[in-house]
Design a protein around this ligand. Structure first.
Ligand code: ADP
Ligand code: MG
Length: 683
């Protein structure tokens, strides 16, 4: 699919198009092409052209062949930027052009394709157009006709054709609607099909035990909400009567960032260990796993409970020790990353699986982990999520999990004051960093990219990414800050401040070391990508600066903001953005005025569509979160369509729980591909 469209049908007068970014104009050529050599060795080609409102100079570089294209009196539609030069001539530089010919109408929308070296958008577009007419009729439609009619959706063939070469703006939006619907439907089906936890085998009975030995070690009182959540967990897993069967727990712990979910998970692990069984906690990043491990070890160590950590960068020797300890049952609690899913991991008595920040994990991965129990009985499942999920999505996303909400913050938390600023504040911002550090605080700075601008190239102005949300046709997104250069420059500007750099391309060990040094206060300012988005806890951090804030979803910004204000010091969040569109400013304004994660999530859903709740598209280490695409639905701001898709999924599953009917064969295929699994194995 194209990544954007050029709205060439929107032809303007030359005079009105000056300084307006990319624009379409129809001009008559007024002079022959004149070629000259530049100092740089390049050649430049120039000619004049005009319309009723005025005239301009059209220039190209290294294109002597255009002499044979542009002749006096010929009329072309041009598309490009028209601006004043330093000497106040109006200039149209290296535009796209199409001859205007009677009886051969030009398309209103021209697709822009993601490219690679040696491939031009025009060429690709021509190839696609050539195959389109023949191929499109051969595209089978996975949706039953009745469903299409019920929801007013076009055929898939129509949608595909118009997503490439829209007949009109209306046709484009109909196409988008259909393609969004398909994505949402597949996702919803995928979730339902892979979360039949409730119907599973009997669960493992955990005998009653006091939690006091553990809670007595905590330096604070649990909040009421934490106690309620733990009570839910206790009631799910603990049954005194040995003859009674237990349903395996399938519970999600939902709470805003900083609400204190971790300790509830630790209490659950403590119960398991006290019963002589094993618990595993899986975190989405190594940093987070390390942190959970360090926290847990501190407490469990004092209780004599053996805890281990297992990540990709655990040394082989240590790994072997952990594998052995897990299979002989001497290790009671293990904390790790995807490494826990390795074939080498076997448990002697796995009774509880906990995943942190659940939406980062594919549902199948959860299934793999729980299968590692050798017991006939099913392990309990506890999922923690810091992403408040809007009501519209909750049912779908949570599948058949029971919900415990931690809707109360620990006492004494102060609001993180939030500011939205632009580049003109740079000096003041640097002063502010220096001041926070002088006061003994620490600072996070988050940039959207890692190195040079290359790593985001094509995606930057894509139709399907947040920067262009204000308009799919926008092309003036601000340049991206990259963490590497940013850190270097900041260190130069603030020589007394210790600046560190952290990003997803670093080795696990390197990352841990940097994070460790930040946590211990040896680094004052940590410049990073969103690797720190989830879960990291450094209570001494008082300032969060997010660069290119327009690039991030509101919920993501809320997560980032939640990294500060975790201690007793007054904390601040500064969102830096140079994108001045009304919509972009309104989004950031929401962050300034709203502190409730749920309200933000609802807003985010409306502004960005559901994709962000399901898979993060901004960060390296989090990309592998599943095979579902949200490229159309992430633009969809139609909550009704979402609900329709989710309801349809329910109806389909209701009629055909394992998608075995022939009419659902195509849907099944699609979902198996996305889940990367054979559905007959899961269900
Ligand atoms: P999240 O819910 O975002 O995972 P954490 O579990 O990381 O939050 O907790 C955030 C911080 O709050 C941690 O430093 C933790 O020690 C602290 N904390 C948790 N519960 C309480 C409480 N009841 N009182 C005071 N501090 C708490
Ligand atoms: Mg957490």
């Amino acid at each position: 699919f194209p990544r954007a469209f050029e709205k060439r049908g929107d032809v303007r007068l030359l005079a009105d198009a000056i300084g307006q970014g990319d624009a379409a104009v129809i001009l008559t050529v007024a002079s022959e092409v004149h070629s000259a050599k530049l100092k740089s060795g390049k050649t430049i080609q120039k000619f004049r052209a005009f319309d009723d409102s005025g005239s301009c100079e059209v220039i190209f570089f290294n294109s002597p062949y255009i002499r044979d294209i542009f002749h006096v009196g010929c009329v072309f539609r041009f598309y490009g930027k028209i601006a004043y030069t330093k000497v106040r001539t109006v200039q149209l530089s290296t535009p796209r052009y199409e001859p205007v010919i009677e009886g051969a109408p030009l398309p209103d929308f021209v697709p822009v394709y993601p490219l690679t070296a040696g491939l031009t958008s025009k060429y690709l577009s021509r190839l696609i157009a050539e195959v389109m007419e023949e191929a499109v009729v051969a595209i089978p439609d996975p949706l039953a006709e009745q469903i299409r009619l019920d929801h007013g959706l076009p055929t898939l063939a129509y949608a595909v054709r118009n997503a490439h070469f829209p007949e009109s703006e209306e046709a484009l939006s109909r196409a988008m609607r259909r393609l969004s619907f398909d994505e949402l439907l597949s996702f919803s089906l995928g979730i339902s099909l892979s979360s039949h936890y409730k119907n599973a085998a009997d669960g493992i009975r955990i005998p009653p035990a006091s939690i006091r030995p553990f809670t007595d070690l905590l330096p604070y009182e649990l909040t009421g909400a934490q106690k309620r959540a733990f009570n839910d967990v206790y009631r799910d897993m603990v049954i005194g009567d040995e003859k009674k069967a237990v349903h395996p727990m399938a519970r999600i712990l939902v709470g805003d960032v900083g609400s204190g979910k971790t300790v509830v998970a630790q209490m659950a692990m403590y119960l398991i260990a006290a019963a002589g069984k094993q618990a595993a906690l899986m975190a989405p990043t190594e940093i987070l796993a390390e942190q959970h491990y360090a926290d847990t070890e501190k407490l469990f160590g004092r209780l004599g409970i053996p805890v281990a950590i297992l990540t990709g960068s655990t040394p082989q020797k240590e790994k072997n020790r952990v594998y052995a300890g897990l299979s002989d049952g001497s290790i009671k609690a293990v904390i790790g990353t995807h490494a826990l899913l390795s074939d080498k991991v076997h448990f002697s008595s796995l009774a509880l699986v906990i995943t942190d920040e659940q939406h980062r994990f594919g549902v199948t991965q959860r299934a793999v982990l729980k299968e590692k129990s050798t017991s006939e009985l099913q392990a309990h499942l506890l999922v923690m999520s810091a992403t408040p999920i809007p009501r519209t999505l909750a049912l779908t996303l949570y599948g058949d999990l029971d919900v415990s909400r931690i809707d109360e913050m620990p006492k004494g938390r102060m609001r993180v004051d939030t500011y939205v600023v632009d580049e003109s504040y740079r000096m003041r911002l640097n002063d502010f960093i220096r001041k926070q550090v002088a006061l003994g605080g620490q600072c996070y700075i988050v940039c959207p990219s890692i190195e040079s601008a290359e790593d985001d190239g094509e995606e930057t102005q894509a139709l399907f990414t947040p920067a262009s949300i204000s308009s799919p046709f926008a092309s003036d997104a601000p340049a991206l800050k990259n963490a590497t250069e940013y850190a270097e420059n900041l260190q130069k500007s603030l020589p007394d401040v210790r600046v560190g750099l952290l990003h997803g391309k670093m080795k696990g060990k390197e990352k841990d070391e940097i994070m460790q040094r930040f946590a211990e206060g040896e680094i004052d300012v940590l410049v990073s990508t969103t690797v720190i988005e989830v879960g990291v806890n450094v209570p001494n951090a008082t300032l969060m600066i997010v660069e290119n804030a327009e690039r991030f979803g509101l919920s993501q910004l809320h997560q980032l903001r939640g990294r500060v204000g975790r201690g007793t010091k007054k904390s601040y969040c500064v969102l830096v953005s140079d994108l001045k569109t009304e919509k972009a400013q309104a989004r950031l304004e929401t962050m300034r005025t709203t502190y409730d994660g749920y309200a933000i999530a609802e807003k985010d859903l409306l502004l960005r569509g559901p994709g962000d709740f399901f898979s993060s598209n901004t960060d390296d280490s989090l990309r592998q979160s599943g095979g579902f695409d949200f490229r159309f639905s992430s633009l969809c701001d139609d909550t009704e369509l979402m609900e329709e898709a989710f309801r349809t999924a329910k109806a389909i599953i209701g009629e055909d729980p394992h998608l075995q009917l022939p009419k659902n064969a195509l849907l099944r295929k699609k979902i198996e591909k996305a889940l990367n699994a054979d559905l007959s194995l899961i269900s």
